[in-house]
Every structure is written in structure tokens, then in C-alpha cells.
Design a protein around this ligand. Structure first.
Ligand code: B12
Ligand code: SF4
Length: 446
């Protein structure tokens, strides 16, 4: 089978950038770069077939005059003549996934279109556009293998448990439970990064001359923050990889001197992390590491941060979220604001650059903005990010406020646009968040 897996482009919607004062614009992050790990894992699962992965994000970064998406996809279809096209979907890129699948169906209705990824897991009911044939929620490399087998052998997809089939009769879930798949451990499949050679030079963060890649050490999260879709994606379960499988993966990615751990919360099992760093030392693995670490971990266990720093940890992304305990409680963050201050000290003592992220609720008034600015100023970090508290579909926060949502355009669900009514006038709210991006120590942008 010829399989074409497409990573959709980024959503261009960014009201913080649009309304920010000129002097802040250069600091506001415009694009996150990184490999589509999900698609690369799916590619690894069907490697015996003729598989092509196309990263449109990488392509638009690499070649300025890349044609618009529909034209680009048509060119790909003409070149590869696939039997199956797969797309990976997060909420803000859902519209582009529809555009990709519609272009596929116009080109050749016989091509099977398959959607997977976070949004397919949390909101499979959204995939009613006739251009989608099959939706596979969850960690599903084994199910995708079955779909490919069925396409090859001409059987009926209804016999595959755990998928959604979209037809003229509507979107229907097949009966039965999918076979278990131990995605982080026994069944772990290493993402096939060989597909990314063309775009490797675009995967550079900030001023780094070296390309970076993502590696996940775990999936899910044991915490339950109301605005977060990571724990809901895994129904609150947490899956840790093994140290030796990580060592194997890290040894196989020499071309990437910078590694960002993709876990949204990297240090959950402290013993595991220390063991991993000890094994890296034994194996002579020397890389620069970027991690997401909760403030309470740094505040409570400075000894761990010290050891990780010695092993190559250079940048930490830390979700400060708020400077007010009552807000942190409301978000179920399970970590008071004082931990943010402590964490900054611990990271800095160890030479680690911090990217601290605050989320700004739509009901902030002028006094709230002033108080946040003063706090952020007192606790300056090298890179600071200020985004909008957004009700991502599939989160508790979405359930709490869904009746107050006024903008249902998914392209805006990327933390850079308010989709709810703001207390301040809409444009001013975004301008004020834009101004906050000036409050930081460094001059680089990541
Ligand atoms: C790596 C990553 C990225 C990478 C690559 C994503 C891509 N597709 O290009 C980059 C850096 C580009 C990225 C960008 C963004 N990201 Co991001 N990213 C992640 C991260 C850290 C890890 C995801 C991951 O790799 N998981 C591991 C893989 C193996 O799991 P998986 O993706 O779920 O894939 C499995 C299944 O879902 C399935 N699957 C996946 N795709 C497909 C496709 C098919 C056909 C099939 C059958 C199955 C299938 O099979 C896979 C293997 O089992 C997550 C946070 C996290 N820890 O989960 C955020 C996350 C997914 N990102 C998020 C966001 C919001 C963004 C941005 C919009 C942020 C921003 N404001 O800019 C941008 C998007 C574009 C932009 N504006 O720049 C949110 C999504 C929220 C939501 N509900 O939509 C997350 C959850 C982070 C968060 N803070 O909440 N991201
Ligand atoms: S925000 Fe971080 S700590 Fe909270 S549930 Fe999500 S990943 Fe876990």
C-alpha cells in the first residue's frame, strides 16, 4: 500500500501578536517547531509499506514560496499516488485537516482518508465532514495497521473495533473494544525520524545553530489541571517509558544535539529521572535538554534540579499559570504561587534558563493586568510567555464555560486568542497581553 501521512500547517490566528505594541511583537512566539511524533510513530507501525511523511509546517518554514495548502496537497497526491492519506489533528489545525482531506477526495474519491491524534481522541464526534472516511481515537498504531490491512485485502472496516466510520449514513463507532496496546512500554514504537531529513534545518529553537527533536519519556499526567487536555487525552492515566528504551532512542539521534522532552510534565517519578540521567552519563550521551518541569518539583527537590543541570538540562518550561493562589486552586494546579518564586531561584542557581508561562483569563480587568505585570516584573525569567486561558474542547474548563464561548472558530484555539467575551474590550485585552511579553530578562525568543 502507498501511504501518505500529512502534518497540517500551523493556525495563523494570533490576536496577541496582531494587537501587541510594536516593540513587543518580536518577543511573542509565532511558531513552535518540532517533529510530528504521532505521525512518525504511525509511520513506524506500517514501515513495511511504501510510506511518505510530509511535514507542511517544515515545508512552509523551509521554502517561502510553497504554494497554498490545497495546491501543495494536490502536488503531493500527483507525485505519490497514495492509497491511504492520514492526517494528525490538534484542535487549532482541524480546519486544515478538513481542507487536506477534501483535496484528497476531489483528486481521487477512492483514496482512504484517516484522521488521528489528540482532537480525534477527545472530540471524535467533530469528524462529520464527508471528506473523512475513518477516525481512530487514542494511541492506535495497531489499529491503523488493521485499517491498512483491510484496505489492502478489501474487507469491511466495521469489523475493526474502536474506530469511527464516516459515511452517508453518518459517523458511527464500530462495536467492541480495541486490543490493548502498551504504548509507552512493551509496544513502544520509536518514531521514524528518517522521514524528516528534508526539514531538519528548520527544527532549530531560538538562536541555536543545532536542530532539536522531541522525545517523550512518558504519556499522560497524574495531575488534573482544569484547562489541560493532556491528562484527559489519557483519561487520567500515566504511562512511563523504560530507561533502557530511552537510552536506545537517545543513542540513535546523533544528528539532534538538542532534545526537548515532549512530556508536559517531565519529572513525575524522580527516581526514574535520576536513573535515566545516571545511565546517560554511563553511556556518554551528551546533549542539551529542554524539559517542562512543574514549579513545585523545583521548589521541593532542588537536589534533583542540580543533578539534571549537570546532565545537560539547560532550558525549563514552567507553567506558572497565575500569581494568585485562588486562581491556581480554581485551575486544580495543586501548587501555590510561592512555588513559582522558589522554582525561579532554584533553576537560576543551577544555570537553567526558565521559560515561565502565565495564562490570562478573559475576565481580567485593568487592576488584574497591573497586578500580574508587577508580579512578573518582580520574578523576571529569561523567557516569559503570556497566553490566553482557553477552553480547549475535551477539558474540564471547556465544560465549565462552554455556554460563555462566543467564538467557535477552532483556528483560534491555540492559546493566542480569546474565544470568550473579555471584560476589557477585545482588542485592548490582547494588546495588554502583548505588552506583558516585554516583561522578561532575555532578548532571545524561543
Ligand atoms: C510535539 C508537540 C508539538 C510539535 C509537533 C506537533 C505537530 N503535529 O506538528 C509542535 C512543536 C510543532 C507543536 C506545536 C503546537 N502545539 Co503542540 N504539542 C506537542 C506535545 C509536546 C507532544 C505531542 C506528542 O508528540 N505526543 C506523543 C505522540 C506519540 O502522541 P500523539 O501525538 O497523541 O500520537 C499518537 C496518537 O494520537 C495517534 N495519532 C497521532 N496522529 C495520528 C494520525 C493518524 C493518521 C493516526 C491513525 C493516528 C495518529 O497515534 C500516535 C501514536 O500512538 C503536546 C503535549 C503533550 N505532552 O502531549 C503538545 C500539544 C499537542 N500541542 C498543543 C498546542 C496547542 C500546540 C500549538 C497550537 C501551540 C501554539 N500555541 O503555538 C502549536 C501548533 C502550531 C503552532 N501554532 O505552532 C496542545 C494541543 C491542545 C489541543 N487540545 O489542541 C498540546 C496538548 C500541549 C498543551 N499545552 O496543551 N506541538
Ligand atoms: S498542565 Fe501540566 S501538570 Fe497540569 S495536568 Fe497538564 S500536564 Fe499535568
Amino acid at each position: 500500500m502507498k501511504i501518505l501521512l500529512i502534518n497540517p500547517p500551523r493556525s495563523p490566528e494570533n490576536n496577541i501578536l496582531k494587537f501587541a505594541p510594536e516593540e513587543a511583537k518580536r518577543f511573542i512566539h509565532k511558531k513552535l517547531i518540532g517533529p510530528p511524533l504521532g505521525l512518525l510513530t504511525i509511520a513506524a507501525a506500517v514501515k513495511d509499506h511504501d510510506v511518505t511523511v510530509f511535514d507542511t509546517k517544515g515545508e512552509y518554514d523551509l521554502v517561502e514560496e510553497t504554494p497554498p495548502l490545497d495546491r501543495l496537497v494536490r502536488l503531493l497526491l500527483e507525485k505519490h499516488q497514495p492509497d491511504i492519506v492520514g492526517v494528525t489533528v490538534i484542535t487549532s489545525e482541524f480546519g486544515f485537516c478538513i481542507e487536506i482531506c477534501r483535496t484528497v477526495k476531489q483528486f481521487n474519491p477512492g483514496i482512504l482518508t484517516v484522521a488521528g491524534g489528540l482532537h480525534a481522541t477527545l472530540c471524535p464526534q467533530d469528524f462529520t465532514d464527508p471528506s473523512f472516511d475513518i477516525v481512530i481515537p487514542g494511541q492506535c498504531p495497531h489499529i491503523f495497521q488493521e485499517v491498512v490491512r483491510m484496505k489492502e485485502n478489501g474487507g469491511s472496516y466495521t469489523s475493526i473495533p474502536g474506530i469511527l466510520i464516516n459515511s452517508a449514513a453518518g459517523l458511527h463507532r464500530t462495536a467492541g473494544k480495541p486490543a490493548p496496546w502498551d504504548t509507552a512500554d512493551a509496544d513502544y514504537l520509536m518514531p521514524d525520524r528518517s522521514h524528516l531529513k528534508r526539514w531538519i534545518d528548520t527544527y532549530k529553537v531560538g538562536n541555536s545553530p543545532f536542530p532539536s527533536t522531541y522525545v517523550f519519556t512518558s504519556l499522560g499526567c497524574p495531575y488534573k489541571c482544569t484547562f489541560c487536555s493532556i491528562w484527559t487525552q489519557f483519561k487520567g492515566k500515566y504511562f512511563q517509558r523504560t530507561v533502557e528504551s530511552l537510552i536506545h532512542e537517545l543513542k540513535s539521534i546523533d544528528e539532534y544535539p538538542v532534545v526537548r522532552f515532549a512530556d508536559a510534565n517531565t519529572v513525575v517519578d524522580e527516581t526514574f529521572m535520576l536513573h535515566l540521567f545516571k545511565r546517560m552519563e554511563e553511556e556518554g550521551i551528551r546533549k542539551t535538554f529542554i524539559m517542562d518541569i512543574r514549579a513545585d518539583v523545583a521548589a521541593n527537590r532542588p537536589d534533583i534540579i542540580e543533578k539534571l543541570a549537570r546532565g545537560g538540562l539547560k532550558v525549563v518550561i514552567c507553567g506558572f499559570e497565575s500569581f494568585r493562589d485562588e486562581e491556581l486552586k480554581k485551575y486544580h494546579k495543586d501548587s501555590p504561587a510561592i512555588d513559582n518564586q522558589e522554582a525561579v531561584k532554584v533553576f537560576e542557581q543551577n544555570g537553567i534558563m526558565v521559560r515561565g508561562n502565565y495564562v490570562v483569563p478573559p475576565d481580567y480587568n485593568l487592576n488584574d493586568f497591573q497586578a500580574l505585570a508587577e508580579y512578573a516584573d518582580r520574578n523576571r525569567v529569561v523567557y516569559a510567555g503570556y497566553t490566553v486561558l482557553t477552553p480547549m474542547p475535551g477539558t474540564i474548563y471547556y465544560q465549565q464555560v462552554k455556554d460563555q464561548i462566543i467564538d467557535h472558530d477552532y483556528r483560534k484555539y491555540n492559546f493566542f486568542n480569546s474565544v470568550m467575551k473579555t471584560t476589557l474590550p477585545h482588542d485592548e485585552f490582547h494588546t495588554r497581553i502583548g505588552s506583558l511579553w516585554l516583561i522578561k530578562k532575555g532578548t532571545d525568543v524561543i
